[in-house]
Design a protein around this ligand. Structure first.
Ligand code: ZN
Length: 435
């Protein structure tokens, strides 16, 4: 199976961050990795691979070396995408004839892209058990909802620019008033329990569109959630494909909540990564000195998609630090370190790319535009190691359906695999051996 088809299958099976993490976990289990629980004690065996989740929506996987765990090669990406969360009291009635769902935005999406397309609901419900509670993932896997546009005859100015109101313009229509309580029913049915046993919900809308290849020469992919499931999937593919490490630890982190600032117990701005690194060190019987030496020799790729030059608006991007689809892995730079790349981390990665014949390109925002932020600098405030920000060039970031380069996926998987296969040791601050 090609990487593109593998990515489409993964995205299609991952309507929410919970599903993305569950799918990553089952792929890791199938590849022989062992599941750890944060609430259990960790007995780790050199040469083996493990993974642990937090909140069911973030996952950290690692593969231990047979030899010394003297460094970490970490790839980080995010599991969430902008969407709409269903509020607790979900049903709204309109003139006794319609039932709408009451939703609020999660992250910063392009509103207009969510209109007039089939939508459904997926996420996590927590149900009553005999002795407590248990979370289950659900996906109401059918075309169920639509956010209808107002006809142009009733809104003549819409094509001159429109300010959407999140409380009035964006509620999806679910059905006629005859389906009152239909939402609760649908959720309970998907969870396989009766309504009364559902005690909590984290449910989200998702667009019912499948990924596809487009372009005159099949050069693009069009799909929901390319930001950032494309990087998460690439990281997973590389993590599984990489050689068993002789020394140093290979690690893959997929964090939730990047789209809302990462400030949750499972986000990049939490202790999750620090805690896992600490527990590995404890389980391997490292001294504090060995742990800090390993961190000094570590590198992280913070992988999140980047902006390609827009065909209708090339002026939105910097003239010389702009990127195009299908022209290779993007390395992102920002003077204020919203992207973490510096001369050392950039040189380290360039050396890997050059040695493996993988193309790359450089991105910086226009100097009069603040641009976005991502995982690397946030994670770095908890675990401070050499980091660079990378991604793949795409169009329409945060649209319900985004466009990226079909050939770039192979470049990213190969670059990440080469990164995992590069052994690093620190000689002194600013000087590293790579082999
Ligand atoms: Zn992103």
């Amino acid at each position: 199976m090609s990487n593109v088809q593998g990515l489409f299958d993964f995205i299609d099976a991952s309507p929410t961050a919970f599903h993305a993490v569950a799918n990553i976990c089952s792929e890791l289990e199938a590849a022989g990795f062992d599941r750890l629980e944060e609430g259990s004690s960790w007995a780790l065996v050199p040469g083996r691979g493990y993974f642990v989740t937090r909140n069911m929506s973030s996952v950290i996987a690692f593969r231990l070396p047979e030899g010394r765990a003297d460094s970490y090669r970490i790839i980080a990406a995010h599991s969430d995408s902008p969407t709409f969360k269903i509020k607790e009291n979900a049903e709204l009635s309109v003139r006794g004839k319609y039932v709408k769902l009451n939703v609020e935005r999660y992250g910063g999406m392009l509103f207009s892209t969510w209109f007039d397309r089939p939508l459904s609901v997926a996420g996590r419900v927590v149900v009553r058990t005999e002795r407590g509670i248990e979370a289950r993932l659900i996906d109401i896997d059918r075309d169920m909802l639509v956010i209808p546009n107002v006809a142009i005859h009733m809104n003549r100015e819409i094509n001159d620019g429109f300010k959407y109101n999140a409380q009035t313009d964006l509620m999806p229509l679910m059905g006629s008033d005859a389906v009152k309580d239909g939402f609760k029913n649908a959720v309970a049915e998907a969870a396989g329990v009766c309504e009364d046993d559902i005690l909590g919900c984290d449910l989200y809308l998702y667009p019912r569109i499948k990924g596809r290849v487009i372009g005159a020469a099949d050069e693009y992919v069009l799909s929901p959630r390319l930001d950032d499931l494309e990087c998460a999937w690439s990281g997973l593919a590389a993590f599984k494909a990489a050689d068993a490490p002789a020394n140093g630890v290979n690690m893959l982190c997929v964090f939730d909540n990047e789209e809302v600032g990462s400030g949750t117990k499972q986000g990049a701005d939490s202790t999750f990564l620090y805690d896992v690194l600490d527990r590995i060190s404890i389980a391997l019987g490292q001294t504090g000195d060995e742990k800090y030496r390993a961190l000094a020799a570590s590198f992280m790729l913070s992988a999140d998609n980047a902006h390609a030059v827009h065909p209708n608006h090339p002026e939105k991007t910097d003239e010389t630090n702009c990127t195009f689809m299908n022209e290779g892995v993007v390395i992102k730079f920002n003077a204020n370190q919203r992207y973490t790349t510096d001369a050392v981390s950039s040189a380290f990665f360039h050396r890997i790319l050059k040695d493996n014949g993988i193309p790359c390109q450089h991105f910086a925002n226009r100097s009069d535009s603040p641009g976005g932020s991502t995982l690397g600098n946030i994670s770095g405030s908890h675990v401070s190691i050499n980091t660079l920000d990378i991604g793949l060039a795409q169009l329409a970031m945060h649209s319900a359906c985004e466009t990226a380069g079909a050939r770039d996926l192979d470049y990213m998987v190969n670059a990440m695999t080469a990164f995992y296969n590069t052994r690093v040791s620190i000689l002194r601050d600013g000087e590293y051996r790579m082999e």
